[in-house]
Ligand binder design. Structure first.
Ligand code: GLN
Length: 241
């Protein structure tokens, strides 16, 4: 965290990685900090601008193939995100953001693009586009709180030994091999939109714990609990796809 105890949240390239409302994840983190009395600022970083390396947490959202290729090229050229990650800043990628954080991704036209290499993950187009609700079990990170979200992607992602999956898919497609998301240290990524942190407050607070260095005070929000109950109704957790 910065010396003045304000948390600075980087919203990375919302002009190209903002198609799926993932910018809402920055709003969720900012509000959850504000409700705990911790000041927070959202710092948008747009295409063509330098990428500051001094922020506490960086969020990358989803986008179309062309847009995500532009994002990857910009972030490869401006090294701020990689420098921040190297000193332990928290980085969260959703869908296209996930693919950009990996080592490489192939877009639908068959072109291979270099990623940032912050996750040991490669992405190739799958046979069918994955669209729909997802539920994933993520025991080791969030106890018994499953992740819920919405996916809309062509890419299938394979993890190497340098990254662990976030969890296993109970409903939906996720990475394409029964796993969902990826994590290496404080670099975390998922296929789930929603925005994912609005739908999964436990994940939002885990990220804040990484930033603050201690668990944030519990918050009970009836609307969030109701949304989770609705999204999890009818899901059988004993069942693997
Ligand atoms: N363009 C990527 C794909 O289709 C990511 C899509 C997204 O971010 N929802 O796989």
């Amino acid at each position: 965290m910065s010396g003045d105890s304000e948390v600075r949240l980087g919203l990375v390239l919302p002009d190209v990685l903002g198609t799926y409302s993932d910018s809402g994840n920055a709003t969720v983190l900012s509000k959850r900090l504000e409700w705990r009395g911790v000041p927070a600022t959202i710092v948008p970083i747009r295409l063509g601008e330098p990428v500051p390396s001094s922020l506490d947490l960086y969020l990358l959202g989803g986008g179309e193939d062309e847009a995500q290729a532009l994002a990857a090229a910009h972030l490869r050229a401006h090294r701020g995100l990689q420098e921040a990650a190297a000193r332990g800043a928290v980085v969260v990628g959703v869908c296209a953001g996930f693919q950009v954080l990996g080592t490489s991704f192939v877009t639908s036209g068959g072109v291979e693009h270099e990623g940032l290499g912050l996750l040991d993950a490669t992405t190739r187009p799958g046979e069918r586009r994955a669209v729909g609700e997802v539920v994933a079990r993520v025991d080791s990170l969030l106890g018994d709180e499953p992740l819920t979200g919405f996916e809309n992607h062509q890419g299938n992602t394979t993890l190497g030994p340098g990254s662990a999956p976030l969890g296993e898919v109970v409903r939906g497609v996720g990475n394409g091999d029964g796993s969902e998301g990826a994590r290496t240290g404080h670099i975390l990524a998922t296929y789930l939109h929603g925005p994912v942190l609005a739908r999964n407050p436990g994940l939002a607070d885990l990220l804040l714990e990484w930033v603050l260095g201690e668990p944030p005070k519990p918050l009970a929000l009836a609307e969030v609990s109701a949304l989770r109950r609705e999204r999890l109704s009818g899901v059988r957790f004993g069942h693997r796809r």
